[in-house]
Design a protein around this ligand. Structure first.
Ligand code: HEC
Length: 168
């Protein structure tokens, strides 16, 4: 590469890419990464899955328009939430769901925080489609869009004005 610094730069970039692929393949195929639900992700593993999740939700919820959250919608949402979500996200703010949620990883967050972190369109998309490899089911497989909107309305009205959750 003498006399050709551009070529040297590109060889360096290619070397880094090859090294990254080799390290990635070693991590992937040796089984060294622990998939146990009883052990938290490494910091980098957590960053990758959390960032990917939030970006994916934001991208896919674009173009979904929420209806007006009337009192009727909110009232209908309470029992719909109870049947479809409370066993994992807790029957009401500050209380827990079923005992097994303690063994889930990620553990389902409490209902009072759900609408703090996400917009109504994003909540609807998550509830309808679920989240891969988390235990969050695609509730749209057995609950209609109209019913899902009642749940979103209920969550919006009952969110805790919580400043600990990151604002978007
Ligand atoms: C079988 C248990 C289960 C049921 C039932 C369930 N969820 Fe979840 N849900 C989860 C788990 C586990 C997560 C954690 C996913 C994560 O942190 O990446 C989750 C995550 C979520 C999130 C995103 C939270 C975040 O911080 O990223 C929302 C919003 C949500 N659920 C809404 C609902 C709604 C609404 C219902 C009912 C229509 C519902 N869930 C039913 C288990 C469940």
């Amino acid at each position: 590469m003498q006399g050709n610094s551009g070529g040297g730069f590109f060889s360096g970039v290619i070397a880094v890419i090859v090294l990254g692929a080799v390290v990635g393949a070693i991590v992937l195929f040796t089984g060294v990464y622990n998939m146990a639900a009883s052990i938290p992700h490494t910091a980098i593993g957590l960053w990758v899955v959390e960032t990917g999740k939030v970006k994916s939700i934001q991208a896919h919820a674009k173009g979904i328009t929420a209806p007006d959250f009337t009192d009727k919608l909110v009232a209908d949402g309470a029992p719909n939430y109870g049947i479809n979500c409370s066993m994992c996200h807790g029957p009401s703010a500050g209380t827990d769901g079923a005992p097994f949620i303690k063994g889930m990883y990620p553990e389902p967050p409490n209902m009072s925080t759900l609408a703090v972190k996400y917009s109504p369109s994003e909540l609807f998309w998550i509830a309808k489609n679920g989240l891969k490899m988390t235990g969050m089911p695609a509730v749209g497989s057995h609950v209609s869009d109209d019913q899902l909107w009642t749940i979103v309305a209920y969550l919006e009205k009952n969110k805790k004005a919580d400043d600990s959750a990151p604002a978007k």
